[in-house]
Design a protein around this ligand. Structure first.
Ligand SMILES: [Fe+2]
Length: 402
């Protein structure tokens, strides 16, 4: 079945909506801020913007449309694997007006190619089947928005154009500290149809022993008790106020920390140490996914505009089947698992998406954060990062054997 005109229009609308959000996030920033290197583990925003356009050009214009790129081999400077983040500020990338035109010109060409593309549920080209390449492009821009928000945390005086706390966070009544998940066979991973990344497939059964998992993410208050007792570092963007309390320092502001909110910006090592300190452990990613069954992404703090977390235990009306809340949204959750291929994994559409990262270097995070766009997240979505990283919007919850 060939996609109707209206489904192509829907793709065009979603591409436009993704771009609108990208521009909304950078609207308060001047050229100097877009080009500045704030941290050696984050790209200058101008690189992210050019990379978003270049990825669109590569897949939607060159690969699907068979057209030549607008700027010759400029794309090599936007290759995320060839150009480590610490070097991206030095590259001869597009900036300012040239960068804006590149974003706009690529989009015009991508929409021309879309007009003629044979998108169909049974398309011969797997890139066009179920509109895969377009879904990938939209998700890619959304995911780069989250990386951009990591950097925006470092911009003094950043004022969001729009703040929207999203679906009302129904405040929970008290609940148990931990909830139980039955042992047995659990289906893990994304189903064969519908958009998902290669690393989420194939869906497969995993045998789990019964376990317990924290009902809510670990709070900042609980984490700071651990910091005070053990001398561990406070989370990134948290510092002493000089009077025995703590301040949150993101975006150049100094606000009292919200002790009842999920802790965020902690590394895997720190999360693991906390879990052991309280006599628990981090969940494996299979345990996490089993516990997430039944969670509702529409009733979660996702989509970037809250500019912060909801209190731990919010959205109690949208709990997962096991009773855990906030599995989706608010903070990414570190798991104990290394980022490995599922049995029967096949790379698609290119080995550099997931395959080159498999091994024991990266740890898996699940569930998305307030800074993740809603469209990106699903229970099977696997994020990965280095265990020492703290700039990501990562917290955690603990587990233990039943
Ligand atoms: Fe990318």
């Amino acid at each position: 079945m060939t996609a109707s005109r209206s489904s192509k229009e829907a793709i065009g609308d979603r591409l436009a909506e993704a771009r609108e959000r990208t521009f909304q996030l950078i609207e308060p920033l001047d050229q100097e801020q877009l080009n500045r290197v704030y941290s050696e583990i984050l790209s200058p925003l101008a690189w992210d913007l050019g990379h978003i356009a270049n990825f669109e050009e590569l897949w939607l214009v060159q690969t699907i449309g068979g057209r030549q790129p607008l700027h010759g081999d400029l794309g090599r400077f936007y290759d995320a694997i060839e150009n480590p983040r610490r070097s991206r500020g030095e590259l001869p990338i597009l900036r300012d007006a040239e960068l804006r035109s590149y974003l706009a010109d690529v989009r015009v060409r991508a929409l021309e190619v879309l007009e003629d593309a044979e998108i169909a549920s049974d398309a011969e080209d797997p890139l066009l089947r179920e509109g895969f390449a377009y879904e990938m492009l939209i998700a890619h821009e959304h995911q780069h928005n989250e990386t951009m928000l990591q950097l925006i945390q470092l911009v003094d005086g950043y004022e969001p154009v729009r703040v929207d706390s999203g679906p009302a966070a129904e405040y929970p009544s008290d609940g148990p500290e931990m909830v139980a998940v039955d042992g047995g066979e659990h289906e893990i991973g994304a189903a064969a149809s519908g958009f998902a990344y290669d690393n989420e497939r194939p869906r497969h059964a995993v045998r789990l022993d019964a376990f317990e998992i924290d009902r809510t993410p670990v709070t900042t208050g609980a984490y700071l008790e651990f910091v005070e007792a053990t001398g561990a570092e406070p989370p990134m963007h948290v510092e002493r106020d000089g009077e025995g309390g703590w301040l949150r320092t993101a975006m150049g502001r100094r606000d009292p920390v919200e002790l009842d909110h999920p802790v965020v910006h902690v590394s895997w090592h720190e999360a693991d140490a906390f879990a052991r300190w309280v006599g628990k452990r981090l969940p494996t990613e299979s345990e996490w996914e089993a516990a997430c069954a039944g969670a509702d992404p529409d009733r979660a703090n996702l989509d970037q505009l809250a500019f912060g977390t909801a209190p731990a235990g919010a959205y109690a009306d949208a709990a997962a089947d096991c009773g855990a809340v906030q599995m989706l949204g608010d903070v990414w959750e570190w798991t104990s698992s290394d980022f490995e291929a599922y049995p029967g994994f096949e790379p698609f559409p290119y080995p550099e998406y997931s395959k080159v990262f498999f091994g024991d270097t990266y740890k898996v995070l699940r569930g998305g954060a307030w800074a993740t766009r809603r469209n990106v997240i699903r229970p099977s979505f696997r994020n990965w990062d280095l265990p020492e990283r703290r700039q990501i919007f990562a917290g955690f919850r603990c587990a233990r054997d039943a």
